[in-house]
Design a protein around this ligand. Structure first.
Ligand SMILES: [Zn+2]
Length: 146
């Protein structure tokens, strides 16, 4: 079982690397955090809460989202110029309205749908319809660029 889990993760990471053209220096486990995945720009590391099991679709989405932050950081650093951490934002809505977050959610939506071979639509339960509409607009832009 463990071998299959590793294979699944390797598949996910190589898929994301191929789609984005970038990879983080390291992917490490960090059990002691509230989020499923986090990208640390200073160490160029994606931290994942649980590396031992096959990711759920939500976890896949979170990993893809963080992977896009790797891309932003390496290829489009200007995207992160005015970036504010969660604690510096008024609320979650404010945080998720930042261009880098809209872009990361849009990209994750595209690649996770691709990975699952279908059209799947994330529900973004914690976001307003306005923010989801912006994500969808960015997704269309990215799909036209391809
Ligand atoms: Zn993010």
């Amino acid at each position: 079982m463990e071998q299959m889990e590793q294979k699944t993760r390797d598949y996910v990471y190589s898929f994301l690397a191929k789609e984005s053209g970038v990879s983080p220096k390291a992917i490490k486990e960090h059990k002691d955090m509230g989020l499923v995945a986090v990208y640390d720009q200073d160490t160029d590391t994606i931290f994942i809460k649980d590396l031992k099991k096959i990711p759920t679709i939500d976890e896949l989405f979170a990993i893809a989202h963080e992977w896009r932050h790797v891309w932003q950081s390496k290829i489009h650093p200007e995207d992160l110029n005015d970036y504010r951490e969660r604690a510096e934002c008024q609320d979650l809505e404010d945080y998720n309205n930042q261009p880098a977050e809209i872009d990361a959610n849009a990209w994750a939506w595209i690649v996770v749908s691709k990975m699952l071979g279908g059209k799947g639509r994330p529900t973004f339960p914690s976001l307003s319809r306005e923010t989801v509409a912006k994500i969808e607009e960015r997704k269309k832009e990215l799909e036209t660029e391809e």
